[in-house]
Write a protein that binds this ligand. Structure first.
Ligand code: F0G
Length: 379
């Protein structure tokens, strides 16, 4: 097992703490020995650790992550689509898949303090897993733009929560200057856990989907899941790979702009969207994400805040799935553009993370006197 540079191809021992190539500054990824892939009948149990032969460590710290539902949705006014509901993870988002592996690796390295910058979900997940591993957690969040549920989670698990008077990109820049073990998606070990979503989808469908649609923020998840599909193919378990479609909010769409050739560097200076989870202007993993999109023949697309909120409501009302705004972005996209074949959307986080967004939208309920007549009048 080695760390390999995605820029110059140099390799480094996995046990060195590195987030970028010391020679060319490009992102790193973990390369497994070929023999790991030949142990393809070794899958045991359910969830992330079912795929231990393709992961860098044993399950040292776990809360029972992965094994989330793949829900066939036929009532959305679009061709049937499968929704992988990552809100079913222990802390309510896909981050737990990565955190269980990232924290296990931190433990192996003997780290005592772990840190991240976060729009909320990484913070919640890091806080929970650090508590379980008896480590100190430090989380930097942008001030005023993190959903309350996520802050509550980070606090209740005992993390040191620091609000940065700036946006996520400022927090990300800052946290990289600390000495703590970093568990943002710049950490290749975290992405190893997140790739297991691809394995679960392939096992559930008996093949890879034709298209996988997911929201993009710091762009770690699209990179991780694409790596997962490629590894599953390398293990001889699927013959075809899916197209990867990354969805961004109109006010925070650096990857869309870069892909369309309108920008040289991947950056939006003042990102803005109701989907605070993906309110990111300078995604750390943009080179990996663009590679995933190009290699897969996919695309990066934009949806507006209004389209996101409408898709969130539709998914809740017609299918019983409550997801947070960022997680509704793929459905918002599919309502605008028909995609042929077997389509899987990743709903990345639970709606309960951000109840304020629902209550802000003039909820319709009435108050009555506690008698039957009053009740009958409003029914
Ligand atoms: N959906 C949700 C609910 C998220 O919380 C995030 C990222 C994404 C999508 C985008 O994933 O960054 O891998 O492209 N949240 C991070 C956080 C940035 O700090 O919780 P990505």
């Amino acid at each position: 097992m080695k760390l390999s540079c995605t820029g110059c191809g140099r390799t480094y021992p996995a046990r060195i703490i590195l987030y970028r190539c010391p020679e060319c500054d490009a992102l790193l990824e973990l390369i497994h020995p070929e023999k790991t892939f030949s142990r393809k009948h070794a899958w045991k149990g359910t969830g992330v650790w079912r795929y231990a032969p393709l992961l860098p460590t044993k399950p040292l710290v776990t809360l029972g992550e992965g094994n989330t539902g793949l829900h066939l949705c036929e009532n959305l006014g679009i061709p049937p689509v499968h929704v992988k509901h990552e809100g079913e993870n222990p802390t309510g988002s896909f981050k737990d898949r990565g955190m269980t592996v990232g924290i296990a690796w931190a433990k192996k390295l003997g780290a005592t303090t772990v840190a991240c910058a976060s729009t909320g979900n990484t913070a919640a997940s890091l806080a929970a897993y650090a508590a379980r591993a008896r480590m100190r957690a430090i989380v930097l969040i942008p001030s005023g733009n993190v959903a309350m549920g996520k802050i509550a989670q980070a606090l209740v698990h005992g993390a040191k929560v620091i609000q940065v008077d700036g946006n996520f990109d400022d927090a990300m820049r800052l946290v990289q200057q600390t000495d703590a073990y970093l568990l943002n998606s710049i950490n290749p070990f975290r992405l190893e856990g997140q790739k297991t979503l691809a394995f679960e989808v392939c096992e559930a469908l008996g093949r890879a989907p034709d298209t996988l649609v997911l929201p993009m923020g710091n762009a770690g998840n699209i990179s991780a899941i694409w790596k997962g599909f490629k590894e599953w193919k390398a293990a001889g378990l699927i013959s075809k790979l899916p197209k990867m479609i990354g969805v961004q909010a109109a006010g925070a769409n650096p990857i869309v702009r870069t892909l369309r050739g309108r920008k040289k560097s991947c950056r939006v200076s003042r990102p803005e969207t109701v989907a605070t989870a993906i309110r990111i202007g300078a995604p750390i993993n943009w080179t990996k994400a663009i590679a995933a999109i190009r290699e897969s023949g996919g695309d990066a697309v934009t949806v507006t805040d209004r389209e996101i909120l409408s898709a969130q409501k539709l998914l809740a009302e017609k299918e019983g799935l409550f997801v947070e705004p960022a997680s509704a972005a793929p459905i918002a996209h599919l309502r605008k553009k028909k995609r042929r074949g077997l389509v899987v959307c990743v709903a990345t986080g639970h709606g309960l993370k951000d109840p304020e967004v629902i209550l802000r939208g003039k909820p319709k309920f009435v108050t009555i006197r506690p008698d039957l007549k009053s009740l009958q009048r409003v029914l």
